[in-house]
Design a protein around this ligand. Structure first.
Ligand SMILES: Nc1ncnc2c1ncn2[C@@H]1O[C@H](COP(=O)(O)OP(=O)(O)OP(=O)(O)O)[C@@H](O)[C@H]1O
Length: 239
């Protein structure tokens, strides 16, 4: 079976030497693969390259067999709902002047050519699934907590039924108990929708809680480990 995503010999440099080099891995439908590495190792850059938000220096990314960098603007726009990104600072992905009901409904409304208010009523089951109340969506982003905005962000992203989510440290700004709740929600939604995920984090415990396999970005090296192997590697790091 063809993988959902194939990363083949990826390299990136900004003109001052490679940030990462020779990165290869695959992601199957419904699978979560971690990207782990120290600060500055290139995790976020790699995540952006995977879905065509940033240009690679070398190598190619195939999404459902099609090379992402060779897709036309139109095809990339059509594919956008299938490839979503969840960020560390969800408030930056929400327009501060827009009520949350409009923000979360906007992508699906745009994609399907419908009114936002019409789309919002379709999102009620998803809103319940992430543990929010519909009335909270009358608020502006600055009226909710970080955990609540990340939940609202999940409504916005999952409304598009993505096949792949690049989650870039989505819980690192949240306290431990809220972090555990959000990770649990992500796991449930992924399982229910068979969504694949590339989960970026520098926290070994989060990697082990979320990921089937983990790609470790080292000093110009990249190695994919299974969870057992990674647990041993992480234990050595903390000695
Ligand atoms: N647009 C850019 N232009 C030049 N250098 C960049 C750019 N974006 C990232 N970098 C550099 O690439 C390197 C990797 O950055 P990146 O943010 O991908 O690392 P990271 O592993 O996600 O780090 P962190 O865990 O601290 O978020 C850093 O040295 C950064 O300064």
């Amino acid at each position: 079976m063809q993988p959902l995503l194939s990363a083949e010999c990826l390299s990136k440099n900004y003109g001052h030497g490679d940030i990462f080099r020779d990165v290869s891995f695959t992601v199957d439908a419904g699978e979560t693969i971690g990207l782990f590495g120290m600060s500055g190792s290139g995790k976020s850059t790699l995540g952006r390259c995977l879905i065509g938000l940033e240009r690679l220096s070398d190598g190619r990314v195939l999404f459902e067999g099609a090379e992402v960098s060779k897709l036309s603007e139109r095809r990339l726009r059509e594919l956008r709902p299938a490839m979503q990104m969840l960020f560390q600072h969800p408030e930056m992905s929400m327009d501060p002047r827009m009520r949350l009901c409009d923000s979360v409904a906007e992508p699906l409304a745009y994609h399907e050519g419908r009114e936002r208010s019409d789309v919002f009523s379709d999102l009620l089951p998803l809103i319940a699934a992430v543990g929010l109340r519909p009335d909270q969506f009358s608020c502006y982003p600055n009226q909710l907590s970080g955990g609540e905005i990340q939940r609202a962000m999940m409504v916005k992203i999952y409304s598009l039924s993505p096949k792949l989510i690049i989650a870039d440290e989505p819980t690192s700004m949240l306290d431990m108990s809220v972090q555990a709740q959000i990770l649990g929600l992500m796991k449930n939604l992924q399982k229910k929708n068979n969504t694949a995920c590339v989960f970026i984090s520098h926290d070994p415990q989060v990697m082990l809680a979320m990921c089937d396999r983990i790609g470790v970005l080292g000093e110009k090296t990249f190695r994919v480990m299974n969870a057992g192997e990674f647990a041993g590697y992480a234990a050595d790091l903390s000695v």
